[in-house]
Design a protein around this ligand. Structure first.
Ligand code: FDA
Length: 398
């Protein structure tokens, strides 16, 4: 027997649950299918277990995409304030961290609880774990062959997310469906991901593992420089930390990175103009501006002894030292891959979708929401905001 409904949503993650709940509230008969055993694992592990569920300043400019402006309508349709109102109605409390990032006071579980309850209110029918074996267009809708039999619905919403964190059942299912129906897919790549470097080249930096500092990081994409000022972290294999995760989403796979490890000072000026009469060692001075181990590294690299008296080092060498620290150019070998990534870049080409409803322009009544779409947020709550906003825009459009 074929099980009928108005809408089938595949993927019970952030976007899928939000969309199903909203559709249920409109009175639609909705089925929500997910192949995982545990509900919304990505929400659970996010934000170190406290889910950075939005960024209060989210605008389309915080997204990486072939056409980031595509996100504008949905982000205006359902804003961070709207999500806060939903949480408030459940008595959920939160706090703001760095730069507009909102986290739960308790655990990420509360976000899952809110979305689950909203789905219950909308009488959403759960099918979990349930595998989708095939999707076909049928009359005015879609027919799905699943591990629970045949399902039919007039509308189909794909909310299966991206490929980051494969250990928790992330897949490229949504991209496969897009391709099956002839929709263009922008090549997917790991985003918000640590960068790794050539082993031999990195050997001299390996001893710096564990050092964290604020840096200005830039890279060129389509010849346009993109930059962030954020913390970076030296690791045994390369660089990580928020600044590197941010720039990784823009890294084109072959360009170098440009780092200024002392972004708020003109180091050449400080080192050359203030040395007169000083009795301090060069290492002591440099350690005011860099972590000591990093300062030692750069002195060694420049052939300068730590015991050198600052006042006696020629200006030319001090300028070279400053240049090495403030214009450090390095060539990543690659990313640490989907296993370590927090998001996927690329996805269903936004040119294929209606900006107001997320509906496919080629295949009426087929929708794509959340991370499966070529809209990738910066680090800091932007990806969840996109999940909520695109889900609500879609539900309102159906
Ligand atoms: P999501 O991944 O949430 O849901 C997709 C669902 O589809 C899953 O339940 C999956 O099981 C299901 N599915 C996949 N393939 C299927 C198939 N073939 N059949 C049936 N079901 C299938 N973002 C943010 O804004 N703040 C944060 O703090 C974090 N932190 C964070 C930490 C880590 C470790 C990761 C990996 C990611 C984050 N993110 C984040 C990113 C954020 O989690 C992500 O962008 C959203 O969860 C995307 O929501 P979606 O609903 O699109 O996919």
């Amino acid at each position: 027997m074929v099980k009928q409904s108005d809408v089938i949503v595949i993927g019970a993650g952030a976007a899928g649950m939000m969309c199903a709940a909203q559709l249920g509230a409109k009175g639609y008969k909705v089925r929500l299918i997910d192949h995982a055993h545990k509900l919304a694992e990505k929400i659970r592990i996010s934000g170190g277990g406290r889910c950075n569920f939005t960024n209060i300043g989210a605008t389309w400019e915080n997204y990486v995409s072939k056409n980031p402006r595509f996100a504008r309508y949905a982000l205006n349709e359902y804003t961070p304030q709207d999500f806060l109102s939903l949480l408030k109605s459940y008595g959920v409390t939160w706090h703001e961290k760095h730069r507009g990032q909102f986290f739960c006071d308790e655990s990420s579980e509360v976000i899952i609880h809110v979305l689950f309850q909203e789905c219950q209110k909308g009488k959403v029918k759960w099918h979990m774990p349930c595998s989708v074996l095939s999707v076909q267009q049928y009359n005015e809708g879609f027919i799905l062959d699943t591990s629970e039999g045949l399902f039919q619905a007039s509308h189909l919403v794909i909310a299966t997310g991206g490929m980051a964190a494969p250990a928790i059942k992330s897949t490229d299912f949504g991209l496969g469906i897009a391709r099956q129906f002839g929709l263009k897919v922008i090549e997917p790549r790991p985003a918000l991901v640590p960068l790794i470097f050539d082993g031999e080249e990195w050997a001299t930096y390996r001893e710096l593992a564990g050092i964290s500092l604020e840096a200005h990081i830039a890279t060129g994409l389509d010849k346009k420089a993109v930059s962030f000022i954020e913390d970076i972290l030296f690791t045994h294999k390369g660089l990580s930390g928020p600044g590197i995760l941010q720039i990784s989403s823009y890294w084109d796979g072959h360009s170098p990175l440009y780092l200024n490890l002392c972004p708020d000072k003109d180091l050449a000026k400080v080192l050359t103009e203030q040395k007169q009469g000083s009795k301090q060692q060069l290492l002591t001075v440099l350690s005011h501006y860099l972590p000591k181990r990093l300062a030692e590294h750069f002195l060694q690299q420049q052939g300068l002894k730590e015991t050198f008296n600052w006042a006696e080092v020629p200006d030319k060498q001090l300028r070279q030292l400053a240049l090495a620290i403030q214009s450090w150019q390095i060539q990543p070998k690659g990313t640490a891959g989907y296993k370590k990534a927090e998001a996927m870049r690329g996805g269903v080409d936004t040119a294929e979708l209606n900006q107001k409803t997320m509906e496919s322009k080629k295949v009426p009544q087929l929708y794509f929401i959340g991370e499966v779409v070529d809209i990738t947020g910066w680090l800091g709550g932007y990806n969840f905001q996109w999940a909520w906003s695109s889900a609500v825009a879609c539900a309102r459009g159906i």
